[in-house]
Design a protein around this ligand. Structure first.
Ligand code: SAH
Length: 366
């Protein structure tokens, strides 16, 4: 380390500069730490400092595509509350609520169900101050109590319904790479030119890890384990996770960067692109079941939304729409359910505590 390199306080630099400095001083970063910094670093992370969702941002999500998405999820909450025996107070938590659009649309649906509206209080679980501000703006006229917290552990006790859309994909993913017959941490380091590069890190000893061919990459999400153990301790509970990912566990690198709606290099511009990775629904379900949660799905998003009544709601909206609005309603709803668009890549997985019936639209055996 030369004196010149230390002359400038690295805390003043861009996230790129600070991460490079960190690697030079302390060695390579795990992929999970790199991803966590790119998304959540307090002064350079994509969520912490910017608002990446929407047409003007990096990527678009289902609630931003059609109001029907949040309305149907809102009605899902009402049905689940009824299946709990209509408890007098129900906490409704949303994890990673983005711009607050899903919750605004759910609230619109609840206005037609006053008995639910009187009982519900909403908690938005959000770590980014920028996103929480966006949620406050969107939800300023909400007719129910709203609270924000940064951590699932701060949720009120009592009956809980939880929604999370595209939340898990944004939790840091850990990558392991197979070398011979050992798994090694996959890390981000600097190459000879000082650019970020992936490399093989230290060997990991974990008897639960499966064998795999040389070079295979295995992804896990440490934060999910924590999340599920908090949920498994709650009753009554119903939780719905919708995300993109696979319903067969496989090996491979799914870390991706999206900037201004185009795929980008995950190492190209830390904090300036959205980083995410596929959700492994099979692993998620297996982990949840091991903790005693009842699991339903994964069901393809297209089937899930159609069974919840997307077509009927769409047809109602079409009745009062102008020709331009009709075209927009048709294309946005198609985008959500068409298997060539979001209908098959995205999936829904629901969890309940013991003793509750299957939530809609799941039936025994699904
Ligand atoms: N659900 C929204 C936004 C998805 S983007 C939608 O569908 O549009 C992911 C969201 O999760 C952002 O709001 C981000 O700030 C938030 N987030 C990321 N990591 C988080 C964490 N560990 N705890 C709480 N919120 C988190």
């Amino acid at each position: 380390m030369g004196a010149r390199r230390h002359a400038r306080d690295p805390a003043d630099g861009s996230l790129r500069q600070r991460l490079k400095e960190r690697i030079r001083r302390h060695g390579p970063l795990s992929v999970a730490d790199y991803m966590g910094a790119c998304l959540s670093d307090a002064s350079g992370g994509a969520y912490a400092c910017r608002q990446p969702i929407g047409a003007a941002g990096d990527f678009i999500t289902a609630p931003e595509i059609s109001q029907i998405f949040g309305e149907l999820l809102g009605l899902w909450c009402v049905a689940v509350w009824q299946s709990m025996g209509e408890p007098a107070a129900i906490a409704l938590a949303e994890l990673g609520p983005g711009r607050g659009t899903l919750m605004a649309d759910a609230l619109r649906a609840w206005r037609r169900v006053p008995k639910f509206l009187e009982r519900v209080s909403v908690v938005l679980v959000e770590t980014s101050p920028v996103m929480a501000e966006a949620q406050r703006n969107t939800l300023q006229d909400a007719p129910v109590p709203l609270n924000w917290c940064a951590d699932l552990g701060q949720l009120p006790s009592g009956p809980l319904i939880l929604l999370a859309n595209e939340f898990i994909d944004a939790l840091p993913v850990r990558q392991l790479v197979r070398r011979g017959d050992v798994w090694c941490e996959r890390v981000v380091t600097l190459d000879a030119d000082g650019a970020f590069a992936f490399a093989k890190g230290e060997a990991v000893s974990d008897a639960d890890l499966p064998p795999a061919p040389d070079g295979a990459i295995l992804e896990t999400r440490p934060a999910v384990t924590e999340l599920l153990s908090v949920l498994a301790a709650r009753a009554p509970l119903a939780a719905l996770f919708i995300d993109y990912g696979h319903d067969e566990t496989g090996f491979g690198d799914t870390l991706q960067a999206v900037a201004a709606h185009r795929f980008a290099d995950p190492l190209g511009a830390p904090g300036e692109a959205d980083l995410s990775a596929h959700v492994d629904f099979v692993a998620l379900r297996r982990q949840a079941e091991a903790l005693g949660l009842h699991c339903y799905g994964p069901m393809l998003q297209g089937a899930f939304l159609l069974k919840l009544g997307l077509s009927a709601r769409r047809d109602r909206l079409l009745q009062h729409a102008t020709p331009e609005q009709r075209a927009a309603i048709m294309s946005s709803t198609t985008r959500l359910v068409d298997p060539r668009q979001m209908g098959a890549l995205f999936k829904a997985l629901a969890f309940t505590s013991h003793g509750l019936p299957p939530p809609p639209p799941f039936h025994p055996g699904i």
